[in-house]
Design a protein around this ligand. Structure first.
Ligand code: NAI
Length: 247
């Protein structure tokens, strides 16, 4: 589970661990939130470890999987590609470093982790699943977020393509497309009521989503009830992809 110390990642780690999965809590930066999460999960009887690692760094990803495999004895059979970053820049002001950063974490990170997962599962002749945390912005254009939309649009066709490649190996690939969810990535909306109301007016269901509502969808996509689901994106967005602003 990448980027698992906060937001959707944290809620999903809690959910999957509660369902019985051993979880590798990947994080970058401050170890405290990841350590706290792991302490909570193991404190209630679950198996979990925290592993620092930048998903856009090839060597760090190899080390992340090595440590996860070593800790739980066997290939990782479920990857949740969740790590993601965003920051608004109109095209004309977009620094190349910012474009590269967002593509590196959101898209290259998903590729590196998917490749690692698939290599290990295929070598062990074991089935598995890869769930990508995409976004409604894999289909909805979003001004000032062209890098983010490119990363999530790229993730859509990446996931669809590897779903075809990995199907003969019994590895499913599916995406969840969250709408506006109350997590640290949206701290402005969490803190500013007026801005939040503006966004909520764009959502047919009339409110932002909770991380646990995304975690539930990921748990279903990852589980046996979704055994015939591959290459699909499940939007969990209160109807945002119904284009409510367009009459
Ligand atoms: P968040 O900011 O809490 O989670 C992102 C996590 O990724 C953080 O824990 C961060 O430390 C981690 N991360 C950043 N760079 C990393 C790197 N190089 N390597 C490893 N981890 C890294 O925000 P949230 O909302 O939980 O985001 C999770 C995913 O959900 C992201 O991919 C985001 O694009 C996606 N998403 C979120 C939506 C929302 O409204 N909150 C809507 C649609 C998609």
């Amino acid at each position: 589970m990448t980027g698992a110390a906060t937001g959707i990642g944290k809620a999903t780690a809690e959910r999957l661990n509660g369902d019985g999965a051993a979880v590798v809590v990947n994080f970058v930066g401050d170890p405290e939130p990841a350590d706290e999460l792991v302490a909570r999960l193991t404190g209630r009887g679950g198996s979990a470890i925290a592993v620092e690692g930048d998903v856009s760094d090839e060597d760090a990803v190899a080390e992340l999987f090595r440590r996860g495999t070593e800790a739980f004895g066997g290939p990782i059979d479920l990857l949740v590609n969740n790590a993601g970053v965003e920051a608004p820049y109109p095209l004309v002001d977009m620094p190349l470093e910012e474009w590269n950063r967002v593509l590196a974490v959101n898209l290259t990170g998903a590729f590196l982790c998917a490749r690692e997962t698939a290599r290990a599962l295929i070598a062990a002749s074991e089935p598995g699943a890869i769930v990508c945390v995409s976004s409604v912005h894999e289909v909805i254009p979003w001004p000032s977020f062209s890098h983010y939309c490119a990363s999530k649009g790229g993730m859509k066709l990446f996931a669809e393509t590897i779903a075809r490649e990995l199907a003969p190996h019994g590895i499913r690939v599916a995406s969840v497309g969250p709408g506006a969810i109350l997590t640290p990535i949206n701290h402005e909306l969490v803190e500013d009521e007026d801005k939040r109301r503006e966004v909520e007016e764009q959502i047919p269901w009339g409110r932002m989503g909770e991380p646990e509502e995304i975690a539930a969808a990921i748990a279903w996509l990852a589980g046996p009830e979704a055994s015939y689901v591959t290459g699909a994106t499940l939007f969990v967005d209160g109807g945002m992809t119904l284009y409510p602003g367009v009459t």
